[in-house]
Design a protein around this ligand. Structure first.
Ligand SMILES: O=C(O)CCC(=O)C(=O)O
Length: 248
């Protein structure tokens, strides 16, 4: 139950062209327990997915609270040596006394959890769903429509340690989330046939991140894989995503 905010009027989100209610990724490698699908990526990397982590109505209440109350900004970042406007809104919340987060040449201001009580509620629910987890920071993203996106990247900043657990909660418009294995580092002496190894099916996974869903990346996922939320012309409505992280 949401205790710290008023109930707000809800609006439907425009669905994307995906109608599959639950991802059923790679049945052979996916295991389902208590609504949680576990996808073993191999080499001690795995992803968990729960399509109905939060109820539909609570998720809309959180969506409207976040859309209205978070101090969203669209910073200038540096990508491949060039400055550009980040193609989505962002905000950062972290516990006091942690080292600063810097990504793509940008150091976001860290807001306090105390400013946003509903974020603490969601954090508590994530901790309950993932026994043993202890997140202390949160990067928020708002995708205003299908032109907003996040390109291929890994959350492999040193301050998260070698095997970060990252818990991602989604609200609003459904969007695709892709995972792709990083190319293996090859020895320069390898013959050309070895240098042009093609990815196979188990090197890519895709999810449709539902309103109220939870996706968790664990183990060596950030070391060995990259992820993205690509542009989607037909995704006309707003999506808000929260990624909870632990700064060591
Ligand atoms: O919006 C998402 O689902 C992914 C966000 C993301 O990749 C990130 O914040 O690093």
């Amino acid at each position: 139950m949401i205790t710290s905010m008023l109930k707000l009027k809800t609006t439907e989100c425009e669905p994307t062209n995906h109608s599959d209610p639950d991802p059923d990724p790679e049945e052979s490698t996916a295991e389902k327990t208590k609504g949680m699908t576990v996808i073993d990526l191999g080499n001690a990397s795995q992803v968990l997915y729960m399509s109905r982590f939060l109820s539909y109505q609570d998720s809309w209440d959180y969506f409207h609270y976040l859309d209205k109350n978070i101090h969203w900004t669209r910073p200038t970042i540096r990508v491949f040596g060039r400055s550009c406007i980040q193609p989505r809104d962002t905000c950062y919340v972290a516990s006091e006394g942690l080292p600063d987060l810097v990504y793509s040449g940008y150091q976001p201001r860290a807001y306090s959890w105390n400013e946003f009580p509903p974020l603490r509620e969601i954090l508590d629910l994530v901790h309950k769903a993932l026994p043993g987890s202890k997140f202390n920071s949160l990067l928020l993203n708002r995708y205003k429509g299908g032109n907003d996106y996040v390109g291929w990247h890994a959350d492999d900043e040193k301050l998260y340690g070698p095997t970060p657990e990252i818990a991602s909660v989604s609200f609003g418009c459904e969007r695709d989330f892709f995972l792709k294995k990083k190319p293996a580092k090859r020895n320069g002496d390898d013959p050309p046939s070895k240098r042009t190894k093609k990815n196979n099916d188990s090197d890519q996974h895709s999810f449709v991140l539902k309103h109220g869903s939870l996706l968790v990346m664990q183990g060596y996922t950030q070391r060995d894989w990259v992820h993205s939320v690509p542009k989607r012309v037909k995704a006309g409505a707003v999506r808000i995503n929260l990624t909870f992280r632990l700064i060591c």
